[in-house]
Design a binder for this molecule. Structure first.
Ligand code: ADP
Ligand code: MG
Length: 359
């Protein structure tokens, strides 16, 4: 198992558009790493530079002792010499080729003899649990089996490194969940390193050992799924991972007991200014807000406000709490009775409590 190292990777496209703007990462041998970020943040370009399908403008990529590319040294290794497997978003199989021919195709393409290619294809099919399906055609397989054939085709030429570019985004929700588990199982069984690209935070949390959040071609945050989900380092990451309450703190008007918010409103609590990181903001999820009497107040911030709007989510109510004329906090209150929320809470002033994250 080898470590994957990316140093100072940059890629600009003609017309001045910047896709990747200085990415450096050290990925542990055997780890499952996900590049997570919104559309256009540079995920595919980074992956294509790893695969050798794109030549970067700057930077160096090594996998163990193999130098994939070193721009300064003028070194570039062709894609078929990198011995990695790649699974793309468009999973399409060739409809008029058998399962065996589909999986062996990448090897045949690079000149591997038929017997050797078919032996390796058989191994890959065995890895994905499709022994006995070699002579079928794609239309004779279920959707899930077709996806496994595509996975086998991606694996067949890999020796230690797998790259996935949103491989599940064209699948229906149920198949997406089972293929996600399948991909992780394959990674563990093979003991390879994987780099996986997705814009779906839930998918990233479920499948990864390590998540790299990209924003406009740069690393915004990198860490374990728990760190990314629970301890975002910036308002941008907090927003991306679903913190639906993010407030800039008016530090000049705040004290040790009161947190004044830019735009009006205040929270009471022990978030002193010294704990605010460089962004001067606090964030929390609506699902973590409780009525103050239900939470031990010691570790929490509390606030008072009027419940202005309430909508039913099936197992909870999403309410908007007005803490100042232009400032509303979103809270998701579990409750089994719609009437109760509307009668007891709507239009009434209540005290709430929540644990916040400083940004
Ligand atoms: P992602 O996969 O995160 O959606 P991409 O890596 O595909 O992002 O694209 C990053 C940026 O680079 C986008 O602004 C995109 O328009 C631009 N880009 C990607 N490929 C090309 C290309 N071949 N030519 C010009 N611009 C490109
Ligand atoms: Mg992409």
């Amino acid at each position: 198992m080898h470590a994957l190292s990316i140093e100072g990777l940059a890629k600009h496209f003609p017309g001045g558009s910047v896709a990747v703007e200085g990415i450096s990462l050290n990925l542990q041998p055997g780890s499952f790493t996900t590049l997570l970020g919104p559309s256009g943040c540079g995920k595919t370009t980074t992956l294509r530079c790893l695969a050798g399908l794109e030549v970067p403008d700057a930077g160096r990529i090594t996998f163990g002792d193999d130098v994939f590319v070193d721009v300064k040294a003028g070194h570039y290794t062709a894609p078929n010499k990198r011995h990695l497997g790649m699974v793309f978003q468009s999973y399409a199989l060739w409809p008029n080729k058998s399962v065996m021919a589909n999986v062996a195709y990448p090897l045949r393409l690079r000149g591997t003899g038929r017997a050797d290619a078919e032996g390796k294809a058989r191994d890959a099919l065995s890895t994905v649990g499709l022994v006995g399906y070699e002579h079928r055609y794609p239309h004779e397989l279920s959707g899930g089996q077709q996806q496994r054939v595509a996975l086998a085709r991606g694996l067949v030429s890999a020796q230690g490194l797998l790259l996935f570019d949103e491989p599940l985004s064209n699948l229906d929700a149920k198949l997406r969940l089972s293929m996600r588990t399948e991909i992780r199982r394959l990674h563990d069984a093979l003991g390879y390193s994987s780099v996986y690209v997705t814009h779906d935070q839930e998918e990233a949390l479920a499948i990864s050992d390590y998540i790299v959040v990209l924003n406009q071609g740069r690393v915004e945050q990198a860490g374990s799924p728990h760190e990314i989900f629970a301890k975002p380092v910036s308002p941008w990451v907090a927003d991306f991972v679903g913190f639906d309450n993010i407030f800039e703190v008016d530090t000049a008007n705040s004290s040790e007991e009161r947190i004044a918010l830019v735009g009006g409103g205040e929270l009471a609590g022990d978030v002193s200014q010294s704990t605010l990181r460089r962004h001067g903001s606090i964030a929390f999820r609506s699902a973590d807000v409780r009525f103050a009497q239900e939470l031990a107040p010691s570790s929490c911030v509390t606030f008072r406000g009027v419940v202005r709007a309430s909508s039913y989510l099936g197992d909870a109510y999403r309410v908007e709490v007005e803490v100042a004329p232009d400032t509303r906090v979103i809270a998701t209150i579990p409750d089994s009775s719609r009437e109760q929320v509307q009668e007891k809470y709507l239009g009434a002033t209540h005290e709430f409590a929540v644990e916040t994250t400083s940004l």
